[in-house]
Design a protein around this ligand. Structure first.
Ligand code: CDP
Length: 209
């Protein structure tokens, strides 16, 4: 079984996807980490993440072993990720890895922006997780402060708006719910309630056996 989880930044996809994978006994892939790793590699080499040549070279050289580095979770890496993510050659370079991962037994939960629309259009279950931009910025701010980073609420909100706009407006694989996705708005739901709703939706739709 493949479960596709898409949605904008800080909607709670990662936490939810990880818990769903554990609950249903599936593999889990955070596809945002792939784009973050590519963006971060370009920034670290003092390149411009919007430069298609540098970004494609970084995507082709990507080593999935480094995907859990804390450097990838910074706002700098997030902004760089959304710039490299708008480059078609970068998306093409990462597509095969994601598809191969998704189809490996026993199946997987993938979270990102285009899993239900492009990477796994045949996924058995597609969820589109969203929340108001103010709520998402507040969650991201808390996450940063909890990690001991200094962050200003207004700046986090502004960066989230910028990243949302870039992800929605790009011509290749824009952030949009698949026609057959179930939209789950978590503005008024805590992580526990969102998980319970998602389990109910998946249990209803998953193939028997
Ligand atoms: O954790 P957060 O929701 O802030 O972001 P993320 O899921 O780690 O993704 C970082 C950036 O990568 C996004 O803003 C997208 O531009 C890009 N991305 C994408 O284009 N396609 C995906 N499947 C996953 C991420």
């Amino acid at each position: 079984m493949i479960i596709a989880i898409d949605g904008p930044a800080a909607a709670g996809k990662g936490t939810l996807a990880r818990r769903l994978a554990a609950h249903f006994g599936l593999n889990y892939l955070d596809t945002g980490a792939l784009y973050r790793a590519v963006g971060w590699a370009v920034v670290r080499a003092k390149g411009d993440p919007a430069d298609p040549v540098a970004a494609e070279a970084a995507a082709r050289a990507l080593d999935p072993a480094g995907l859990s580095s804390p450097d990838l979770r910074t706002e700098t890496a997030g902004q760089a990720a959304s710039k490299v993510a708008a480059i078609p050659a970068v998306r093409a370079a990462l597509l095969e890895f994601q598809r191969a991962y998704a189809t490996r037994a026993p199946g997987a939960v993938l979270d990102g922006r285009d899993i239900g629309t492009v990477v796994c259009p045949a996924a058995e279950v597609k969820l589109f997780i969203t929340a108001s931009v103010e709520c998402r910025a507040a969650r991201r701010l808390k996450e940063l402060l909890d990690k001991g980073e200094s962050a200003i609420g207004e700046r986090v909100l502004e960066e989230m708006r910028e990243r949302d706009a870039r992800d929605r407006a790009r011509s290749v694989a824009p952030l949009v719910p698949a026609a057959d996705a179930v939209v789950l708005d978590t503005t008024e739901l805590n992580a526990e309630a969102a998980f319970a709703k998602a389990v109910a939706i998946i249990s209803e739709r998953r193939p028997a056996g």
